[in-house]
Design a protein around this ligand. Structure first.
Ligand SMILES: *[C@@H]1O[C@H](CO)[C@@H](O)[C@H](O)[C@H]1NC(C)=O
Ligand SMILES: *[C@@H]1O[C@H](CO)[C@@H](O)[C@H](O)[C@H]1NC(C)=O
Ligand SMILES: *[C@@H]1O[C@H](CO)[C@@H](O)[C@H](O)[C@H]1NC(C)=O
Ligand SMILES: *[C@@H]1O[C@H](CO)[C@@H](O)[C@H](O)[C@H]1NC(C)=O
Ligand SMILES: *[C@@H]1O[C@H](CO)[C@@H](O)[C@H](O)[C@H]1NC(C)=O
Ligand SMILES: *[C@@H]1O[C@H](CO)[C@@H](O)[C@H](O)[C@H]1NC(C)=O
Ligand SMILES: *[C@@H]1O[C@H](CO)[C@@H](O)[C@H](O)[C@H]1NC(C)=O
Ligand SMILES: *[C@@H]1O[C@H](CO)[C@@H](O)[C@H](O)[C@H]1NC(C)=O
Ligand SMILES: *[C@@H]1O[C@H](CO)[C@@H](O)[C@H](O)[C@H]1NC(C)=O
Ligand SMILES: *[C@@H]1O[C@H](CO)[C@@H](O)[C@H](O)[C@H]1NC(C)=O
Ligand SMILES: *[C@@H]1O[C@H](CO)[C@@H](O)[C@H](O)[C@H]1NC(C)=O
Ligand SMILES: *[C@@H]1O[C@H](CO)[C@@H](O)[C@H](O)[C@H]1NC(C)=O
Length: 704
């Protein structure tokens, strides 16, 4: 034993502190004390590369965290998206850097910085200045740690709009550029006699940079962050469309999920069962790429719409044109708009109305535009469409006052209608072109019509959707959902931090994610929705036994399901587990106390877990959840909600609450295309032969 450990020591020796901390984190996260030794022995005897693989997965994950925090603190972030250029400056950070160069500064000094944008184009390859922006400050107190300043004024040589917060400035330049234009940026403080070039770090991290980090000589002190950030640093900005950003974000998230899976692999178990060769469970956005799930005809339809959307929004959003000229062009090209307006209610209502409106826009070839009052959404999601109203239809918010000044023919052509859908939408046939002839349509509501549109015998869109596009009630909502927006990598990193402390009772978000990604398990998702009251008042405090009694049918149902599918689990060598979602914290706590999935079960052989099959194994966190309409922190509420939905969508089988739409829309978005069990709270029921098809549950309460 001693000799082995000595040998091990050499294998795992990491010279630098950061390396050791990361390594330590690996242990903290995955192992209990006695397991640690076993694993080390195992590691030394078996092939070292996969030990490195596991270790490097954890290291890379922590690198992502560092790179994200580095990026968020960085002083300069330019963007060139959908032909427009915008800059984000962190003033605190910029001024700190500046003061580091100055030795002696008098207080209350007025100073300014000049920022220059330089452009290179197809015809003029040399970078030449196209805009100077002057920012004037008064620098007040400062020492090595703190800076205090007041942003006084700005002027510029090109039209732009500027917004400031206490320590940031966002600049939008009002000029449209071409896709092959490129930019560089310089800055110069007044007290300095030379200009400096801005650089910033690429995001998401590039593979070449990640692999250079992995290939670095292990013996060398790994000055991790600084060398790494040098490698990812760039100083030339190129164009991206929403569609390109969407694809890039999905690739990055897929890779990050791979790392999460690799970081969770316990070789001892996996090699024996050949499971390590099994790929991880795919996320719905990955499943959607499979043309067995979302047919090629559908994918082409979406791609054509995306290209059309790109082209039209480019054609009509040139801010150098007057509004009159913009409208002229809209009428010439006969562009019609569909504007989605969210409801004041919960996430599910918003999403269901969102996807329904998107489908209408696709079916009627209208330019889909998004509710501008939902910043949380844009923060968490990257869309495949350039659909932000302030960019594509900047005139919209002032339409009433502008309209009066326009020529009569334009005025008459700019017909507009706002429509609120009532509950009957989900079983009503529409002919959207006939029912809504206006050029600008605003759809409000919280009901859904996707399933009825494809399922109704009298729907005029049914033939097109089912025959021309090969779609059905099982895949349509999910294929639409996953074609419109995708979760941002940055949000994943924040929601599933590496170092999330092991909570006393529940599982950490990372344990949940890694367990759900693992093909060793067959996750059954249970969603128990009690009511908004539990979220408004915080923890519901109730008698545990009574509580569990009320929701017994959900657990009974999952037991039945496991019993019915025993053969399947044996054949596929999978362990059934329950991922429990509930708005009521008490239910999760009570269930965890009784049936918590142990970490040993996660780490040790499946056989040991299976021998305890009579017991349910529950995976759940024990944090409260928030309702987006009843909280001041709507950002956090949305983030928690949408990521619970994401986790739930990874489950293979779903048991949901009939009266709630949160579980239901997630089932559709998950693209599992399996019948579900939809139960009522407090009712007796078993799961034998009680499952419902998606076509059926698409018509429950307010539809899908
Ligand atoms: C700006 O930079 C400072 C210091 O670098 C950092 O503390 C702060 O969080 C940054 N602000 C924003 C909005 O990112
Ligand atoms: C900064 O923002 C505040 C409030 O948003 C505004 O009143 C002020 O004029 C802005 N400062 C400059 C220099 O634009
Ligand atoms: C903007 O301000 C700077 C200094 O504050 C000044 O040198 C420059 O001439 C001004 N430019 C314009 C276009 O007003
Ligand atoms: C693992 O897989 C290989 C090839 O797929 C097979 O030959 C081998 O028998 C498997 N080992 C076990 C323990 O199942
Ligand atoms: C883009 O739209 C214009 C009309 O504005 C049309 O002439 C052109 O063919 C379209 N291009 C593509 C690639 O669809
Ligand atoms: C936008 O409109 C201006 C003024 O008509 C024109 O000079 C410019 O070339 C247009 N930009 C693009 C990208 O079409
Ligand atoms: C409309 O025209 C009048 C007179 O020409 C002008 O004073 C007013 O500012 C214009 N309104 C808008 C919103 O452009
Ligand atoms: C809309 O615009 C077209 C072309 O400018 C014009 O021929 C038509 O009469 C306009 N329609 C209305 C209702 O004014
Ligand atoms: C559509 O028609 C078929 C048979 O013609 C019928 O079985 C089915 O219930 C109808 N569906 C709806 C939604 O009306
Ligand atoms: C995890 O790391 C973040 C920053 O990376 C830090 O803010 C947070 O406090 C850490 N949490 C724990 C439990 O260590
Ligand atoms: C399974 O149950 C037995 C007896 O109840 C217990 O000793 C054992 O620790 C359990 N195993 C796991 C992995 O929970
Ligand atoms: C939320 O906002 C309301 C009013 O806007 C305020 O009364 C309440 O104290 C706030 N709650 C928290 C937790 O900040």
């Amino acid at each position: 034993m001693i000799t082995i450990q000595k040998k091990l020591y050499q294998v795992i020796k990491i010279p630098c502190i950061i390396g050791s901390i990361i390594f330590l984190l690996t242990f903290l996260f995955i192992f209990y004390n006695d397991l640690k030794i076993k694993w080390l022995v195992d590691a030394s005897f078996q092939s070292a590369p996969s030990v490195w693989m596991k270790r490097s997965a954890v290291e890379l994950l922590s690198l992502y965290e560092e790179a994200l925090s580095h990026r968020e603190k960085s002083s300069f972030q330019p963007m060139f998206h959908n032909h427009y250029l915008s800059l984000k400056l962190n003033l605190t950070s910029m001024i700190k850097d500046y003061l580091n160069y100055l030795n002696d500064v008098s207080k209350n000094k007025i100073d300014h910085v000049k920022i220059t944008c330089l452009k290179s184009s197809k015809t003029m390859k040399d970078f030449h200045p196209i805009c100077h922006i002057y920012l004037n400050f008064r620098l007040d107190d400062f020492n090595s740690k703190e800076v205090s300043f007041i942003f006084l004024s700005q002027n510029s040589s090109c039209p732009l709009s500027l917004t400031n917060t206490s320590d940031t400035i966002s600049v939008n330049i009002h000029e449209m550029f071409l896709a092959d234009d490129k930019f560089r940026f310089t800055y110069q403080w007044w007290s300095f006699d030379h200009e400096k070039l801005f650089s910033w770090s690429q995001w998401p991290l590039t593979m070449s940079c990640l692999s250079s980090f992995l290939n670095r000589n292990q013996r060398q002190p790994s000055k991790l962050p600084s060398t790494f950030f040098e490698c990812s640093s760039v100083n030339i900005l190129i164009h991206s469309t929403s569609r390109e950003l969407f694809i890039r974000e999905q690739k990055a998230v897929s890779y990050w999920l791979d790392l999460q899976y690799r970081a969770s692999i316990n070789r001892k178990f996996f090699d024996k069962n050949n499971v390590s060769k099994k790929p991880r469970r795919l996320a719905p956005f990955e499943i959607a790429k499979n043309n067995q799930v979302c047919p090629q005809k559908f994918q082409n339809w979406i791609l054509n719409y995306q290209k059309w959307h790109e082209n039209i929004s480019f054609s009509i959003s040139n801010r150098s044109l007057t509004f009159e000229e913009q409208f002229q062009r809209i009428i010439e090209l006969d562009v019609r708009f569909l504007i989605y307006k969210k409801s004041a209610t919960g996430i599910a209502d918003r999403m269901i109305h969102f996807i329904t409106t998107y489908l209408v826009a696709l079916l009627t070839n209208r330019l889909f535009i998004f509710d501008k009052n939902w910043p949380e959404f844009i923060d968490v999601m990257q869309s495949s469409l350039n659909y932000q109203p302030n960019i594509v239809i900047p005139w919209f918010s002032q339409l009433n006052s502008i309209k009066k000044n326009l020529s009569l023919s334009i005025q008459n052509n700019l017909t507009i209608k706002a429509h609120r859908f009532l509950t009957e939408r989900y079983k009503h046939d529409y002919d959207y072109d006939k029912d809504f002839p206006e050029r600008i349509l605003i759809f409000k509501g919280h009901t859904g019509g996707v399933i009825h549109t494809i399922n109704s015998n009298s729907s005029i869109y049914r033939k097109f959707l089912t025959i021309d596009l090969d779609m059905n009630t099982e895949n349509i909502f999910g294929c639409l959902y996953n074609s419109l927006f995708t979760y941002r990598l940055s949000q994943f990193i924040k929601r599933f931090p590496l170092n999330s402390s092991n909570q006393q009772l529940g599982h950490s978000s990372q344990q949940i994610l890694q367990t759900l990604l693992s093909p060793r398990f067959f996750p059954i998702g249970i969603q128990i929705r009690v009511g908004d009251e539990t979220m408004i008042q915080g923890n519901s405090i109730s008698d545990e036994e009574k509580n569990l009694e009320t929701f017994k049918n959900f657990f009974k149902c999952s037991e039945d399901f496991i019993y019915m599918n025993e053969n399947l689990f044996r054949k596929t060598n999978q362990v059934p587990i329950i991922f429990l979602l509930s708005d009521d914290l008490q239910i999760r706590r009570t269930a965890l106390k009784r049936w918590k999935l142990s970490l040993e079960c996660f780490l040790l052989s499946a056989n040991k877990c299976q021998s305890n099959n009579s017991q349910l194994q529950i995976l759940a966190n024990s944090n409260p959840v928030l309702h987006i309409s009843y909280t001041n922190n709507s950002m956090l509420a949305f983030q928690l909600g949408i990521f619970d939905s994401f986790l739930f969508s990874l489950c293979e089988q779903h048991i949901i609450t009939t009266k709630s739409r949160f579980g239901r829309f997630t089932v559709f978005a998950s693209l599992k295309q399996r019948n579900v069990y939809s139960l009522n709270v407090g009712k007796q029921s078993s799961c034998h032969n009680q499952s419902s098809s998606l076509a059926t549950i698409g018509y429950l309460r307010l539809g899908i």
